[in-house]
Design a protein around this ligand. Structure first.
Ligand code: NAP
Length: 264
């Protein structure tokens, strides 16, 4: 019987992870079966235990359970500890990892060919996704990290965890300049955008939205101002590849899968 994995979240019906992992398995000759589990908001742990008890080998964890997942692990990677959030569970040793940060860094530096060294980065949001990538961004050699969030105390609390990060509210960004603006909010899912000053966007800026598969108001505003834009599909594929490696010890090629998903 195939080794069983799944993505667990709420909602999770839209997730592309099953098709990405099916492609990885086919390309690497790994015998896995990867599904999706919608866990009730108040029954994440019970849903995980049910899957584990039925012989499941591991899970990807998505919104809104990443922090809860980190509390369920006996051992977590240093990057998951830094993030205080887990997106990859491996049951055999009750291990938790967070592959979002490395996924974003690989998408920016390898797929988008963007050197990160010394860059000034604005990270929008302070939820699980922002927590997962803040440490990886700082470790990648960027020159400056500012975290902005609708609920400013959450941005402040996140920035306090990372030496070298600063926090702002959206209004306080007027007059600031950044090379890269990463939208790690879920606003795009509701066709909304963080209320950013238009002056932030310009031709030299990369505006990156972690939401994928739709043209969000954030990306549309950035494009109107002449900025380079990108959605989070590459990050999704890269973080999935790292999870696949955590489970199977095999690193799948990502470019063919990304090209297929983009229909190119
Ligand atoms: P989360 O923990 O629920 O956090 C949501 C964040 O979005 C919070 O900072 C929240 O601000 C902010 N927000 C929500 N609605 C907003 C609005 N209308 N205006 C401004 N800010 C708003 O979610 P998450 O786990 O961080 O995920 C965030 C997004 O990243 C999701 O859309 C997810 O799909 C995406 N994601 C993509 C990848 C990928 O591989 N591409 C990986 C991880 C996550 P408050 O704190 O003020 O509520």
């Amino acid at each position: 019987m195939s080794d069983r994995y799944a993505v667990i979240g709420n909602p999770v019906a839209h997730s592309k992870s099953p098709s990405i992992h099916a492609e990885f398995a086919r390309a690497t000759g790994q015998d896995i079966d990867y599904g999706r589990i919608e866990a009730p908001l108040d029954a994440f742990a019970a849903s995980v235990e049910r899957f584990r008890g039925s012989g499941g080998k591991g899970l990807n964890v998505t919104l809104p359970f990443k922090q809860e997942a980190s509390r369920m692990c006996v051992r977590v990677s240093s990057r998951a500890r830094l993030a205080q959030a887990v997106n990859t569970l491996r049951f055999e040793d009750s291990y938790g990892d967070n592959t979002d940060g490395i996924g974003l860094i690989r998408d920016l530096s390898q797929n988008l060919n963007l050197p990160l060294n010394g860059r000034s980065v604005l990270l929008l949001g302070a939820g699980g996704a922002a927590q997962g990538v803040a440490g990886a961004l700082l470790e990648s050699g960027i020159g400056r990290l500012v975290i902005a969030n609708r609920t400013v105390p959450r941005a402040q609390a996140l920035a306090r965890r990372f030496a070298g990060a600063a926090a702002r509210g959206y209004r306080a960004l007027e007059g600031e300049r950044f090379d890269i603006i990463i939208n790690a909010t879920s606003a795009g899912l509701a066709d909304e955008a963080p209320p950013l000053p238009e002056s932030l966007f310009g031709k030299a800026v990369l505006a990156y939205d972690m939401v994928y598969g739709r043209d969000t108001p954030f990306l549309a505003a950035a494009r109107r101002a002449g900025a380079r834009t990108c959605d989070g599909l590459g990050m999704l594929v890269e973080q999935a590849a790292e999870s696949f490696f955590v489970w199977r010890g095999v690193r799948p090629a990502t470019r063919p899968v990304l090209a297929k998903l983009r229909g190119s």
